[in-house]
Design a protein around this ligand. Structure first.
Ligand SMILES: NC(=O)c1ccc[n+]([C@@H]2O[C@H](COP(=O)([O-])OP(=O)(O)OC[C@H]3O[C@@H](n4cnc5c(N)ncnc54)[C@H](O)[C@@H]3O)[C@@H](O)[C@H]2O)c1
Length: 328
């Protein structure tokens, strides 16, 4: 990430989350000074344990909706990685202001604080959910539109992208928008594999799966997700840089359920599918992303979708299910 090799002072919102904590480790490992800013609503301080005591790392427990606190924390930094959001997409369909507050308003606060204290670069975790249901072009490229998301989460992410574009233009900022597929790996806190492990802990004989199990999405291992963002930020320098961050293939929910049953050793478990093509209203059952824009700059994920799932499931089972597991 080091533009010109310089040490950067980086604030990571959502730094105690699944992806944010892995990003903090990579940034500190790369010699940068890092502040993780997180309200611990969905993240865990324990994910940052490897960085505790490191002089190049600081943690601020605070909410992005507390604008004065955010501006104070941001002052003196060069760059923001904005990873914080509501990652419980399904909950957002029942509580319809959740993504508005934790996504759109929180992002507005980040951008406005950047304007106030003079920080000009932001890297943003967006999502394939902005493309909506059944996009006409598959695999879907970044140029696809018009964009009509079907979840409040996707709607909020699209609004955040639009805010970033406006701030970039009006306030001489630059933004790097990465639209992820599904990300998997150690310290995951949500998603199909995490959910299946939690269910098997409760009942090792039965695994209930939302939908018909044929939902299939591209999975990216968290290490590739972090590397891809750092690579794209270092190599692209337009005012607005937008990339799908993805593997080429896709992995079905059914395969993830079977992998979790296998890895947990619950071999007798019956897998019961609730039926219906999607897990919940707002779930996009089929996602395929075109990753060629970032590939043209020279980046490819180390693991394909099935490999990412195999490794991610092993890591999550070891963390949350094993004899020494933390409990999902
Ligand atoms: N994990 C995926 O598969 C995936 C896919 C697409 C996009 N994304 C995006 O990547 C980013 C990181 O996702 P993740 O999987 O690590 O989720 P996560 O829930 O583990 O991390 C999000 C973090 O943000 C924090 N947070 C939320 N609201 C906050 C607020 N108002 N103030 C301060 N902190 C707040 C949470 O406590 C949490 O630690 C999110 O923006 C998410 O939308 C993730």
């Amino acid at each position: 990430m080091s533009r010109g090799g310089a040490v950067r002072r980086v604030l990571v919102t959502g730094g105690a989350g699944f992806i944010g904590s892995a990003l903090c480790e990579a940034l500190v490992g790369g010699g940068h000074e890092v502040t993780a800013y997180d309200n611990l609503l969905l993240g865990r301080r324990a994910f940052l344990a490897p960085l505790e005591g490191n002089p190049r790392f600081a943690f601020v427990e605070a909410d992005l909706l507390d604008a004065p606190r955010l501006a104070r924390a941001l002052d003196g930094h060069d760059l923001v990685f904005h990873m914080a959001a509501n990652s419980d997409i399904e909950r957002g369909t029942r509580q319809t202001d959740l993504d508005l507050r934790l996504g759109t308003l929180a992002t507005y606060n980040v951008l406005e604080s950047m304007r106030t204290v003079g920080v000009r670069e932001i890297v943003f975790a967006s999502t394939s959910a902005v493309y909506g249901d059944r996009p006409a072009v598959v695999p879907t490229p970044e140029t696809y539109g018009p964009l009509f998301p079907i979840s409040f989460y996707g709607a909020s992410k699209l609004a955040c992208e639009a805010l970033m574009s406006a701030f970039a233009h009006a306030c001489s900022m630059r933004c790097w928008i990465f639209r992820f597929g599904n990300v998997i790996g150690r310290n995951g806190t949500h998603g199909a594999a995490f959910d299946f492990i939690r269910r098997l802990r409760e009942d090792p004989r039965l695994l209930r799966v939302l939908g018909d199990g044929r939902q299939a999405k591209p999975y990216l291992h968290v290490s590739d997700c972090v590397e891809g963002m750092l690579f794209g930020h270092a190599r692209a320098g337009e005012e607005i840089n937008c990339f799908n961050l993805t593997t080429d293939g896709a992995t079905a929910v059914r395969a993830i359920a079977e992998a979790v049953v296998r890895e947990t050793g619950c071999r007798g478990a019956r897998i019961e599918y609730a039926g219906g093509e999607r897990g919940w209203p707002g779930d996009v059952p089929q996602v395929r992303l075109d990753g060629s824009r970032l590939a043209a700059l020279g980046w490819r994920p180390r693991l394909g979708s099935d490999e990412a799932v195999a490794r991610g499931v092993r890591e999550l089972v070891a963390q949350y299910f094993g004899a020494n597991g933390e409990g999902a």
